[in-house]
Design a protein around this ligand. Sequence first.
Ligand SMILES: *Cc1c(COP(=O)(O)O)cnc(C)c1O
Length: 390
Amino acid sequence: MNGGQFYRDTWAEVDLDRIKENITSFIRHLPAETGIMAIVKANGYGHGALQTARVALAAGAGQLGVATLDEAIALRRQGMGAPILIMNRIRPEYANLAAKMDVAVTVFHKEWLQEADEALEEGSSLTIHIKTDTGMGRVGTRSLADTIDLLQEAQNYSRLKVEGLFTHFATADELHSELFQHQLTNFKEIVSELKEQKLCPPVVHCGNSAASLMAPGDLFNVARIGISMYGLTPSNEILPALPFALKPAFSLHTRLIHVKKIKRGDTVSYGATYTAEADEWIGTLPIGYADGWMRRFSPGAEAIVNNEKVPIVGRICMDQCMVRLPYEMEVGSLVTLVGEKGGHSITMDDLARLAGTINYEIPCLISSRVPRVFKENGRISENMNVILNF
Ligand SMILES: *Cc1c(COP(=O)(O)O)cnc(C)c1O
């Protein structure tokens, strides 16, 4: 153990209190019969899977969702005991491992059942959620008949326990989406038909963050909350219509490692794409695209130093980038790249716009080279430095 120590001047801060606040807001917003599955895939969207899972559960979430078996195993190995659903397909030959780890898996092929049953050791059983594709076009059964077929087939395997049925929306983050309405209607019909035939699993779920924010009455038993537990809006379109304020938990910080004056006409960084229009103070930051600080952020991105918003200038390198300073600032000065400081703020949405992408992608791509500093109850509770953790 290294205690999560790190020795570089760039780090991300994750305010776990804000994640608790977001979960608490969802609990108030959702009907009492709808529980919360905290989605902590992709290392909790870059926020730290174990730490964010722990506080989400403490705030009232009942279970966790991940994308891969590896992610589920990692949580179990770190002592996480809460129910976990793997929302993507795993290979049937890993069914026994999933059973041993006590994680639920997603199924949408009839053949999968038999292969999984063959892989299961004596005495073990596996929890299953059936995925139906009502219009996302990704994975899932494509018709009511196929869903019925799959559920009936599952009854032949006593060790495969069908606990859940779910679907996923493609356009819940759009206002007035016809596809969303179509998927919801379709799913409701599937559920009522399965209930009629006494085939409906006990746990039914469909809502991601966007659906949970905008259609809280249509979620059945569980809301699968990802992006918004981290305090980010699922889309700019629904931002003005959000039922409560989301509190972003992730901020990104670094320090000036070099400050110099350059002359009018001097250039900065690869390709010499930036030319000083006058004598200028230039600061260097120890963060680059290998940290997930994308090349596409420049030109356009800004940083907050000494309560001033300053522009990133020139190309972002692998490990460093440069800012133009309004006056000479001290080496070691704190620089905020994402977050709030001195009355200024820089958001994931700002960066997403610059990179032509969505806010989801920004924290997911802040790489494992950037240590995470966790804050809880207003103070630092833990550091995580994956690069020294082997
Ligand atoms: C990632 C994911 C979610 C969470 O979506 P958000 O928009 O981040 O809330 C929910 N369900 C499934 C199946 C997912 O893959």
